[in-house]
Design a protein around this ligand. Structure first.
Ligand code: ADP
Ligand code: ZN
Length: 191
């Protein structure tokens, strides 16, 4: 037995919007920070308008984070003594997400990622399926359906209050869109 060798680990936290992914990520990382484990947190700089310097849950919990556009930028910040790496909204990052993350895991780091498993079309989001397959641990959260109160696995995009179109782009910036958590019965897409 060798209890104290750094065995890397990938933890994925997924689910629809409002399911508490950021809350859960923040909860896990606050514990590693309190335990004195060198922890670095990243968040995608989605629209490049301003650099976010924290990750934030919908109910206002926050942790300091580094804003990046491409996954490769992580490698500039992670040092040999870094043991825990957190990434929020991982589905939005460009680049070789899977190979960069697995490189860190294989070098003994604990990587904890939160991200949407499905996009607004209810299809799997980008490289999330591969990350979920490679993960050592997957937590799939549900929200509460805003229409009926059932457990919600879907992210409903609304444009001016109406269900979005299937042909809309995946990432809308500055549009008058809003999102709700919905169950399979209440989720709608305009085809
Ligand atoms: P995510 O990262 O998955 O989008 P957050 O961690 O940012 O979720 O926010 C979760 C919080 O959102 C909940 O604790 C609750 O306060 C709030 N919330 C708002 N709408 C809903 C909903 N429909 N179902 C569950 N929680 C909701
Ligand atoms: Zn419902």
């Amino acid at each position: 037995y060798s209890h104290f060798v750094d065995v890397g680990r990938l933890e994925m936290i997924c689910g629809p919007m409002f399911s508490g992914k950021s809350e859960e990520l923040i909860r896990r990382l606050k514990r590693t920070i309190l335990a004195g484990m060198p922890t670095i947190i990243f968040t995608p700089n989605i629209d490049n308008r301003y650099a976010e310097d924290h990750i934030c849950s919908h109910d206002g919990k926050k942790l300091e984070a580094i804003s990046i556009s491409h996954i490769e930028e992580i490698l500039d910040y992670v040092k040999d003594d870094t043991t825990v790496i957190g990434i929020d909204e991982v589905q939005f990052l460009d680049g070789e997400i899977v190979s960069v993350i697995m490189k860190l895991v294989n070098s003994g780091k604990r990587v904890v990622c939160a991200g949407l498993d499905k996009d607004f079309k209810a299809e799997s989001f980008g490289q999330m399926p591969e990350l979920l397959a490679l993960a050592d641990d997957v937590t799939k959260l549900t929200a509460i359906c805003m229409c009926c109160g059932r457990p919600a696995n879907f992210t409903q995009r609304l444009i001016a209050g109406k269900p979005a179109s299937y042909n809309d782009p995946l990432i809308l910036i500055g549009a008058s869109e809003s999102y709700e958590a919905r169950c399979r019965l209440c989720y709608q897409i305009d085809r």
